[in-house]
Design a protein around this ligand. Sequence first.
Ligand code: OOG
Ligand code: NI
Length: 454
Amino acid sequence: MTTLVSHHEIRDRFSKAMSAMYQDEVPQYETLLELVAEVNRETLERDPELAERLATHDELNRLGVERHGAIRVGSAEELAMLRRLFAVMGMVPVGYYDLSEAGVPVHSTAFRPIDDEALARNPFRVFTSLLRLELIESPELRERAAGILAKRDIFTPGAREMIELSERQGSLTDEQAERFVAEALETFRWHQDATVDLDTYEALHAEHRLIADVVCFHGPHINHLTPRTLDIDEVQRRMPAAGMNPKEVIEGPPRRACPILLRQTSFKALEEPTRFAGDRQGTHTARFGEIEQRGVALTAEGRALYDRLLGESRRRTAGLTNEAHQRVLAEVFADFPDSEAELRRQGLAFFEYRATEAGREAGAVAETEVERLIEQGLITARPITYEDFLPVSAAGIFQSNLGGDGSQAYAGHANREAFEEALGAPVTYELTLYAERERSSLDAALTSLGIPPV
Ligand code: OOG
Ligand code: NI
């Protein structure tokens, strides 16, 4: 009998190995981790209520290990194999993001765990983008890029072997898992050597810096890893003193009493020495650091309101410094209810319900109004954390690190079907996950109060 380790254990090991590798590769990332840990510690000390809330809901453990990363690949084969690689770690593709709207010729998904226990253990996610060569106008350049990509294999033979073994066995033994982690890590490593000569690099770079980044290297180097902070404004403020050059503005919603969705900022990408074929030296700018602060997941209605207000704010925030930008955002978002009860009553956000001890001991309860049950202390509701990404914010992160101008050259090309065909599987619709989690928690809470679920 061989004992297999869980997919979640493998993900936890892999994300830690990845974080260690990135600390070696990009020392500023280590500084960023220290800064985030310091600000999180101070925030929890200042706000014991928040600390207790995170602790009772299993969120304090995950805060220390929580990271997301991002990679970009060049072909359907690469994407499909990555899907199998991430499946070994219990990570599945969630969401479809069209970045062509924002002038970036890619579309993307996020590989992540989806069930509660897995998220509590280690919610490691990887934002994965597929280059869309079909959006390059010049047929010559398109063919040249496709030809270069066709020649590379971004996976080691050992990684392929372990992926197949995991698929056959259902998972891996302890020893095989170690080997998997070491071999899989190779795919995400930075290589100083480009696979092409400087002229080819420059031609692709002139079309879009992202195309050069994807096509000219041995593999999809991890381009950032992102720790989660409890106070993004404070980390942004302290970044310069810690030697980091932050992106001008924080992406996403403004600071609020009830945080919603996701706020993000980054420090600018590094210029790194690169050796091109024919022994010519040059540089490539790709890798950076990012931080995120997560809030409650929004329903379709809540998301529509967010998108509308963000759209309104954009006209007024163009070119502003972060401080002024945040002020305008706060003004515009005054129209977005900012209390948990209001978010629930208006159906704008998702909550997880639990019966309280008083509720379980109350005997058959006559009240069925959820808000009344909460007021009476028989059930509690807590915001469900948003586990996904935001396309407009992602575009902002791409652009601040790729020097793009958000041109509309590639716009209007959402193509979920083509993405899923390349992936070899459908992507999970994220709203369904939150809705199911809310529904089942409410059913369970009502049942334990002796109320038949509606
Ligand atoms: C991905 C940018 C998107 C995020 O956090 O929204 C992203 C990339 O630059 O490859 O990571
Ligand atoms: Ni990111």
